[in-house]
Design a protein around this ligand. Structure first.
Ligand code: HEM
Length: 650
């Protein structure tokens, strides 16, 4: 151990005192250095996205996209680019909980040979505003109250819903937040969209409108509302732990990158404005072309330097990618650098290891707080003759960034385009596209959130707004929250798009977490076979018993216990394998298993039942698989785990 300046230290337990019981001496610089560093250790939280978690990985390009973009990392199939990702919630502070109902975000920093490219996405394809001027208002309304700083990490309060009712452009994203997309099971199962419209530009100088989307290979899956709320207390770190554990197990999260392209000449072809970030581009009309894959294969070593200090910015683009006139994107270009200079304390934050490009970087910027690089030159202006005019700029032909020379004309005006003002058609289409179960969950979410709003007027205003999406839905919610059924009705619109429902995304057993409820005296051969098969299928297993240590089968087989009934919960598991057995306290053991089973059953989760555990079930039910007289038990159980939920279960 040394001081920060490298002097070896001989003791680190006590202050330097005048006598062992005397006061501290002012010359105790070692104490001052240690304490002073400690009290300066926190930096401002992000004003939004304060709670998040990072990982590292790589992007692999599937096919050359040369025809539409000159972006270097997309020029040849197989090209790999290193990256850092940070997932986050938006509303809650840094110390809030992962499973809060929210719009989750994903920042991906690709360290390309042409400089850093930051891809920023949200787990829903539309934004709460369609002009950046409104973003501070929406966030103020969403966040906790000014006087008492209550509530934490939830929009279930008067101010947020007052904002929604009085700013109808918000309704669309809010409907997505109230859908299952607002309470995802895992960051590994998160689909996320750029929302904003960018441009791809090729080496011929031709531009194409472009949006991008990350599609998780595991499909998109969610918690139930009561699970999300309960897990918030049981394990506030549920999502970060889940991400970290999967990477530690070698089950690397994978996401395919898709792009949607609209030729410039088709700018006005659709019944939504391509520049409006409060509208999605339906995949059925603008197909998603999958162009590569991100694999997260390395956990961070240090939360502060790799997650707190990472700084994403949509302005960080590379040649081949440019900005459209999307008014939210235009506003965002002003927000991020400003936020990060404030948050990270210096204009030199992009020199921090996590933000630094891997390609060489040179310009005439020197000095400033926390400058790290020692530039060994005298000339820091352009143009110059004393340093051979270095650093020199590069022509676009040689890789210098050049903006697409789009033609701009118009009167100076502070106003919103009329083409942005259809606030209800797409929410209606989204509603039409959901399965009955997804609709039921959305109604429950609205009823919960609005049910916590004290102002009856605000509750009524929201129901009066929701009727524009669906009359029946608005009426059920009105009944649930004690206000009048709305008088109006939605505009009949029967369009629906399967791509909007997460029920149509892949499902499989891989990385689902099974709790094995077990005591002593189990059938060693049967249980070992099942556990081996689960492992082979990359199903994660947690062995749960009355106490830690090991459980021993009738044939002497020993199995290590990972958790006890006290230290875990059925809320934290995706399915159960009920083995049973004996325990010192039979009554308690049976009660604990019964509690776990009842909770898992109520949440439609798959349950496998070992031969000797039949007593926990009186009769067959959807998604309950019995080992008794079932030679295919392992396969059937894993198939049930792959189905994940049995919504038809009574
Ligand atoms: C007017 C609209 C928006 C404004 C003003 C805005 C502003 C901000 C600010 C101030 C931060 C914190 C930056 C920091 O301290 O490092 C941030 C982070 C972020 N925003 Fe936005 N944002 C907007 C819309 C969006 C949209 C549309 C997306 C994506 C589709 C997005 C994705 C992100 C991501 C991924 C982060 C990084 C979170 C992290 O560090 O992990 N934002 N935003």
């Amino acid at each position: 151990m040394t001081t920060n300046e490298g002097r070896k230290r001989s003791q680190d337990q006590d202050q330097l005192k005048a006598g062992v019981r005397g006061p501290t001496l002012r010359q105790d610089y070692e104490f001052f250095e240690k304490m002073s560093h400690f009290v300066h250790e926190e930096i401002p939280e992000r004003v939004v996205h304060a709670r998040g978690y990072s990982a590292h990985g790589e992007f692999e390009c599937y096919q050359s996209m040369k025809h539409v973009t000159k972006a270097g990392f997309l020029q040849e199939a197989g090209k790999k680019t290193p990256l850092t990702v940070r997932f986050s919630t938006v509303q809650g502070p840094k110390g809030s909980y992962d499973t809060a109902r929210d719009l989750r975000c994903q920042g991906v920093k690709l360290y390309t040979e042409d400089g850093n490219l930051d891809l920023t996405t949200i787990a829903m394809p539309v934004l709460i505003n369609n002009d950046a001027m409104k973003f501070p208002d929406a966030m103020h309304a969403f966040q906790s109250k000014q006087d008492d700083d209550i509530p934490t990490a939830t929009g279930a309060h008067d101010r947020f819903w007052d904002y929604v009712a009085n700013n109808p452009e918000a309704l669309h994203m809010v409907q997505w937040i109230m859908s299952d997309r607002g309470i995802l099971r895992s960051y590994r199962m998160m689909e996320s969209w750029s929302i904003n419209t960018y441009l791809f530009v090729n080496d011929q100088g031709k531009a194409t409108f472009m949006r991008y989307v990350w599609k998780p290979v595991l499909g998109v899956h969610s918690l139930l509302q009561d699970e999300a709320l309960t897990i918030g207390g049981l394990d506030p770190d549920f999502h970060r732990r889940d991400l970290r554990e999967a990477i530690d197990h070698g089950a690397y999260p994978e996401y395919e990158l898709g792009v949607q392209l609209i030729p410039m000449e088709d700018e006005f072809k659709y019944d939504f404005d391509v520049l409006d970030p409060a509208k999605f581009w339906p995949e059925e009309l603008v197909p998603v072309q999958i162009i590569g894959k991100m694999t997260l294969n390395r956990n961070i070593d240090n939360y502060f330097t790799e997650s707190e200090q990472v700084a994403f910015n949509p302005a960080n683009v590379v040649p081949g990618i440019d900005f459209s006139n999307d008014p939210v994107l235009q506003g965002r270009l002003m927000a991020y650098r400003d936020a990060q200079q404030h948050r990270l304390g210096s204009a030199n934050y992009d020199e921090l290891p996590i933000n630094r490009p891997v390609c060489p970087f040179h310009n005439n910027q020197r000095r400033g707080y926390m400058r790290q690089r020692i530039d060994v030159d005298q000339v820091n202006y352009h143009q110059n003759s004393l340093a051979n005019n270095t650093p020199y700029t590069t022509s676009p032909e040689e890789g210098g960034y050049e903006h697409y020379p789009k033609k701009v004309e118009g009167h100076v005006i502070r106003a919103r385009s009329e083409s942005f003002k259809d606030y209800f058609s797409q929410p209606r289409i989204f509603w039409n596209s959901m399965t009955p179960v997804e609709r039921q969950h959305t109604i429950e979410a609205f009823s919960y959130q609005l049910g916590r709003v004290k102002s009856k007027s605000v509750r009524q205003q929201n129901v009066n707004l929701l009727v524009n999406v669906d009359k029946e839905m608005a009426c059920i919610i009105a009944d649930n929250i004690g206000v009048d059924r709305p008088s109006g009705s939605h505009v009949p619109l029967s369009t629906s798009y399967p791509s909007l429902s997460q029920a149509n995304t892949p499902r499989n057993a891989k990385t689902q977490k099974v709790g094995v409820l077990i005591g002593n005296g189990f059938n060693g051969k049967e249980v070992t076979n099942v556990l081996n098969y689960l492992q082979q299928c990359v199903v994660f297993v947690e062995v749960i018993s009355e106490t830690l240590g090991t459980v021993t089968g009738a044939d002497g087989t020993e199995i290590k216990v990972d958790k006890t009934f006290l230290t875990t919960s059925p809320y934290l598991l995706d399915s159960l394998y009920v083995v049973g057995g004996q325990s010192k306290n039979e009554t308690k053991f049976h009660q604990d298993i019964t509690d776990f089973v009842n909770t898992a059953y109520k949440h439609y989760k798959p349950i496998g039942v070992a031969t000797n555990a039949q007593s926990f079930f009186q009769k067959a039910a959807e998604g309950v698989v019995f080992a008794e007289a079932n030679p295919d038990f392992e396969e059937k159980f894993v198939a049930a785990i792959g189905q994940q939920r049995f919504w038809d279960r009574k």
